[in-house]
Design a protein around this ligand. Sequence first.
Ligand code: ADP
Ligand code: MG
Length: 266
Amino acid sequence: MPETLLKVEKLKKVYESSTGSVEAIGDISFEMRRGELVCIVGPSGCGKTTLLKCIAGLLAPTSGVIELDGQPVTSPPPNMALVFQEYGRSLYPWLTVRGNVELPLKHKKLSKQERAQLVDDALLAVGLDHAGNSYPWQLSGGMQQRVAIARAVAYQPEVLIMDEPFAAVDAQTRADLEDLVRQLHRDRGMSLLFVTHDIDESVYLGERVIVLSKSPTWVQEDLPIDLAPERDQITTRALPRFTELRTHVYEQIQRAKRGEAVRPTA
Ligand code: ADP
Ligand code: MG
């Protein structure tokens, strides 16, 4: 299998509407290897969600190419799963937790038993093995987000894309969910593309952090995160290197917001 999983080349996206056009993405190029955990940060409105929608085949680029496994993405790829910020709305209230997690598996050729096993494993992985028969509305926000993650995990995607998935949960839950993401990456070898506006989160989670400029967007920096793969909330965040990296990303974002960074000419 080729080492490059995802390739984004000269991606441009202009939204056209009756009130005019918005150039959300100017020119974004980057690559992601199989099994990598890449975080994307950038100022609000810089086109992060637009980028993910293009990668997920939900939105057609104005120009440029997106390739997954060497194939151009023109519709939602079967080996990709998405977790959005508004997880509450992505769960079906009339289905139990199990029912929600199982639903996408019905499109796969699996026996009933295999499906049940995948659901069990996924619920266990997110610490919800006791809540299978509950309904989403009986759960806290953090637990609902775990259901959304379990659904993506049970589906066993090659690549998992997350768009500011923890923006609406409390700090403790957020820390737990961050560790869950690290664990999924490490134990299951899942490739993860994680969008956040939280700088500390991007450094804590990522093996690489891609900093986007403000619109029309380009890649302002592609920063390797040279922290050890074994991370934990207390010791990792207390490392001098963690502080250096977060300060660096913070400064880049400030420059991005002010539009100070000068785009290199190709
Ligand atoms: P981010 O996720 O980084 O906050 P978005 O991708 O949501 O940014 O939006 C990037 C830009 O594109 C913003 O200026 C936003 O207003 C605009 N935009 C997003 N979606 C649409 C749309 N459907 N139609 C027109 N403009 C849009
Ligand atoms: Mg967004």
